[in-house]
Design a protein around this ligand. Structure first.
Ligand code: FAQ
Length: 317
């Protein structure tokens, strides 16, 4: 018997060191399990709560085609939530418990979904910027060390790419429209730009989890590195649309090959994370009501499953 077969910690370290995947059957440190549950649950909750700001515009989409596309996108977000809850369940926690933790404020969801969607252009801005930021983070997560999470990310990233393009295409249609349409595109861009940058999480020197998560191969790039990547990718896209980035400090730095950008309002970010953003209360109230209203569906599904199991037991006899 080799040493690694008897020492689970050494086997875990070997998996991480080799860049292989940790699977549900493998031993893992309790803190790794907790971190994975926290991050995957937070991600799942974000996908589900993220349906609300966009769902707000389904009944008011400007054409039948736009409505059909938006319905499909919002449905995709629900699907992402489901893959992610399933990935979290492989770590020994139930979907029911995760929902309870979200509703009672013991688990978080992304800060970005606590801002209102005031015009149709917000749907364009969310697809372009929020999905764009989500992909930047999630492409990294396709290589994360926990197997079920990394595999869920591969499929999710494909769908998010479509979401990002549909958002950009809405913005493109608006900037090629009337003066009023251009103005709502610029207004939405200005409101979503800074929250999208903050979405990557606190600066590296204030990030509590990055160091350990990097050591475990959960995070392969830091919050600041991903934020910079997003800015470098998005500023030329804004230029192409003819939109002005709402940052007087923004400039391209020839030496580093990156855009320099201004200071993010971290006080605003932490206020939103703590529950004091413009829509936090509304989002959780709506989510909790949907959960309570759906109780009969869950009960009926369980009763049906129990009946099926009973019937098949009878058939075996
Ligand atoms: N919002 O030490 P770090 C989407 C918290 S999906 C709220 O840096 P970490 C799709 C963090 O939890 C968007 N809280 O933490 C879509 C921690 O608090 P804790 C969601 C935040 O985990 C599009 C504290 O700050 N994506 O958009 C946020 O190493 C359109 C210290 O932070 C994911 O969740 C925040 N933005 O790094 C759907 C991706 N940032 O728990 C619909 C997976 C940080 O100690 C429409 N998650 N905090 O009390 C991750 O990659 C990481 O968790 C980070 C944060 C990068 C978000």
């Amino acid at each position: 018997m080799t040493r690694t077969e008897v020492d689970p910690q050494a086997r875990f370290d070997e998996i991480i060191e080799a860049g292989e995947k940790v699977e549900p059957r493998d031993w893992m440190p309790e803190a790794y399990r907790k971190t994975m549950i926290r991050q995957i649950a937070q991600h799942a909750h974000s996908e589900v709560i993220g349906q609300q700001p966009e769902g707000n515009w389904i009944t008011r989409a400007p054409s039948l085609a736009r409505k059909a596309i938006l319905i499909a996108k919002v449905q995709d977000e629900a699907g992402h939530g489901l893959y992610l809850y399933s990935a979290a369940e492989t770590l020994g926690v139930s979907r029911h418990e995760l929902n309870e933790m979200l509703h009672s404020g013991r688990q978080k969801y992304s800060s970005i979904f606590n801002y209102p969607t005031l015009s149709w252009a917000d749907i364009g801005a969310i697809g372009w910027l929020v999905d764009g930021a989500a992909i930047t983070n999630q492409v990294m997560l396709t290589r994360t060390s926990y197997g079920p999470y990394s595999r869920a990310m591969i499929r999710i990233c494909k769908e998010e790419s479509f979401h990002q393009r549909q958002g950009y295409e809405i913005m493109l249609a608006l900037v090629n429209g009337t003066e009023q349409q251009k103005a709502i595109a610029q207004d939405a861009f200005e409101r979503w730009w800074w929250p999208s940058l903050a979405m990557f999480g606190p600066p590296d020197d204030q990030s509590t989890h990055t160091e350990q998560s990097q050591a475990w191969g959960i995070k392969l790039e830091t919050n600041d590195e991903l934020r910079q990547k997003f800015v470098d990718m998005t500023v030329p896209q804004a230029d192409y649309l003819g939109l002005t980035v709402p940052d007087p400090e923004l400039r391209y730095d020839e030496d580093s090959g990156h855009y320099h950008f201004g200071e993010i309002d971290w006080d605003d970010f932490w206020q939103v994370v703590k529950g004091n953003g413009p829509c936090n209360r509304e989002r959780i109230a709506h989510k909790t009501k949907a959960w309570d209203d759906g109780a009969w569906v869950r009960e009926a599904a369980l009763a049906h499953a129990a009946k099926q199991a009973n019937n098949s037991k009878g058939a075996e006899k």
